[in-house]
Design a protein around this ligand. Structure first.
Ligand code: FES
Ligand code: FES
Length: 616
């Protein structure tokens, strides 16, 4: 141990610390300064933990406290408060540079360190200063603008009062700051991992190293004897269905009979500290009987493939969409393109890990306490119902804390089942703050699509028919898989009038990580195939691809692939708006290509017609 004295936000503090303690943990755990965030498992990769140390921006997760004797540390809380914010905080709020806000304190501290040295930075200076800070939601443009605006404030060229929109000037067409932006800018918006509950146990899950295996036995005896351990929870300790049912009750909180994807949780260790829980989780012995792993629909549908869920076939959903006689129309077409497309599974990569806090609260109006679950789901009433069934407890309240990044990943719940089950089982408050690796395992992904398409046009370039056969890799659990298939079909014909349609969507269980909503949820994959096939057909017919799109636009009174008649269709006007940019881009690319033989450039087109929810 070592005694160190240094300043935190202007106050001199003394600490006796272990050599391994990093500044981020001292700030967050000991000083309860939770403005600095943690995303990348303290690997120095996200910048969410940035603070200022002796005038320089540093990643506090990499900064050892025992080296800080005599230092001067400033955190986001040391800059300003929502009532009395720093000009940089004002600039981020007024520039619209804050969406989920998880990255914001780190960004602001990196910006402060820059502006302290250089009050008039150019774009390159700002990019260099923020190069270690990741943002998943806002995009960096607004953040760079915020730093530029902060510079103008600091140089006295303008003031927040001059920039702030005046609500009396109307609400439409005016960019008002997000109501929560100032709390996020000042680091006082509490994300789930920032919430502390007195006496809370910390949870660590035991995750399967196998993508498909039978669980033969779980031996927690060694783990239970380890320091700080309160107990180990397995599936038999969960009193409800133990299934987190979005549409189909197939995803266990803790796996009982089998594991079906890498990282499936099989046991949860509860201990006084996260470190103790993680150490004990490693001591839990699980005996598995590995089964064949089917990562792709082709493998899961192959002859003799094992059923991943005993009560459901691997081909778990099919949905056709037929309009007219596409086969006959393709046979009559002047040109046909036939090809395959595939998309991959993608992770939405929210910066915030999948944290959850659960505790029992006295209920004045009833005999049973309320099980309060604080998590990151955006679907709180639905999530409450899922949890009630899964843990077998009716008197439950789900609260959403500030959530770090959504992108569809927060439609389903993950850590909430474990924390809620453990709070009920051990009758103690529970915090489950998984690592980034665990969060990757626990969360749903964008579905991979395999698509076989045929598209035809007549001699004038008018589309005649579209046939698509697509197979969706559902992963190990259903979530809203059939909705993804349906949404791909609902928006299948995109911006175009296609008289004949022959489509079939299939959903297949595999041992990949399960899929669910992800920006667009289904149509982006199907639109990628359609738009690419349109380009190929236009090229085959020697028609300019923009022109080809224009002549095939839907018109009011014509049906989409679903049969729904459109009443308005602004697509031709959009094509005309794009035309000058398209022509300029083509000219520029041609100019480049004349001078360069190795790297060539082109101009790409892609359109989409998208409806949210369940648009026919
Ligand atoms: S860089 Fe420190 S938590 Fe990611
Ligand atoms: S606003 Fe930057 S990560 Fe969400």
């Amino acid at each position: 141990m070592k005694k160190v004295t240094f300043k935190v936000n202007g106050c001199s503090r003394q600490f006796i610390v272990d050599k391994d303690l990093v500044l981020l943990d001292l700030l967050r755990k000991d000083l309860r300064l939770t403005g600095a965030k943690q995303s990348c498992d303290r690997k120095g990769q996200c910048g969410a933990c940035t603070v200022i140390l002796d005038g320089k921006a540093v990643r506090s997760c990499l900064t050892k406290v025992d080296k800080l004797d005599g230092a001067d540390v400033i955190t986001v809380e040391g800059l300003g408060t929502p009532r009395n914010p720093h000009l940089i905080q004002e600039a981020f709020v007024l520039s619209g540079a804050i969406q989920c806000g998880f990255c914001t304190p780190g960004m602001i501290m990196a910006a402060k360190a820059l502006l302290d040295q250089n009050i008039n930075p150019n774009g390159d200076d700002i990019k260099k200063a923020l190069r270690r800070n990741l943002c998943r939601c806002t995009g960096y443009k607004k953040i760079i603008e915020a730093v530029q605006l902060a510079g103008r404030f600091l140089r006295g060229e303008t003031t927040p009062e001059q920039v702030r929109p005046d609500p009396s000037q109307g609400l439409i067409g005016v960019s008002h700051p997000r109501p929560s932006a100032m709390l996020k800018a000042c680091g006082v918006a509490e994300f789930t991992a920032d919430i502390s509950v007195p006496g809370a146990l910390e949870l660590a899950a035991v995750h399967s190293p196998h993508a498909h295996a039978v669980i033969k036995s779980i031996d927690a005896s060694a783990a239970e004897k380890m320091p700080g351990v309160i107990g180990v929870m397995t599936a038999k300790d969960i009193k409800g269905t133990n299934r987190l049912k979005y549409l189909v009750p197939d995803r266990p909180i803790l796996c009982d009979v089998k594991v079906r994807q890498i990282g499936d949780p099989v046991a949860a260790v509860l201990a006084e500290t996260r470190e103790q829980a993680v150490a004990a989780a490693r001591a839990v012995r699980v005996d598995y009987d590995p089964l064949p792993v089917m990562r792709t629909p082709a493998e899961a549908l192959s002859e003799g493939a094992l059923q991943i869920h005993s009560d459901r076939p691997n081909l778990c959903y099919t949905q056709p969409q037929i309009r007219g006689d596409a086969e006959a129309a393709l046979a009559r077409s002047a040109a046909v393109v036939e090809t395959d497309f595939s998309t991959q599974i993608t992770h939405q990569a929210a910066l915030e890990p999948e944290a959850c806090v659960a505790y029992l609260e006295n209920d004045e109006s009833g005999d049973l306490p309320i099980l309060v679950v604080i998590g990151r789901s955006i679907n709180i009433h639905f999530s409450m119902g899922m949890l009630q069934d899964a843990v077998g407890y009716e008197n439950l309240r789900y609260e959403e804390a500030y959530s770090g990044g959504q992108f569809g990943i927060k439609l389903d719940i993950t850590s909430e089942g474990l924390a809620a089950g453990a709070a009920l089982h051990f009758k103690r408050p529970v915090r489950y703050i998984p690592s980034l690796m665990e969060s990757l395992w626990l969360t749903s992904k964008r579905h991979a699509f395999d698509m076989k398409v045929r598209i035809g046009a007549d001699a004038q370039g008018k589309l005649t028919a579209y046939a698509i056969d697509f197979t969706v890799n559902n992963g190990a659990y259903h979530s809203n898989g059939n909705v993804i298939v349906n949404r791909a079909l609902w928006m299948l014909s995109g911006s175009y009038y296609i008289p004949a349609i022959k489509a079939m969507g299939r959903l297949v269980y595999t041992n990949s990580i399960f899929g669910s909503s992800a920006r667009g949820a289904g149509p982006p994959q199907a639109n990628y195939a359609l738009e690419s096939a349109i380009d190929m057909l236009a090229e085959k017919m020697k028609i300019d691809p923009l022109e080809f799109r224009l002549i095939n636009s839907l018109e009011p009174g014509q049906p989409k692939s679903t049969g729904r008649i459109v009443e308005q269709w602004p697509f031709p006007g959009l094509v005309e708006a794009v035309r000058p940019h398209y022509e300029r881009a083509r000219k520029e690319a041609a100019g480049w290509n004349r001078k360069n033989n190795v790297i060539k450039r082109g101009a790409g087109l892609g359109t989409g017609a998208f409806g949210i929810a369940s648009p026919g």
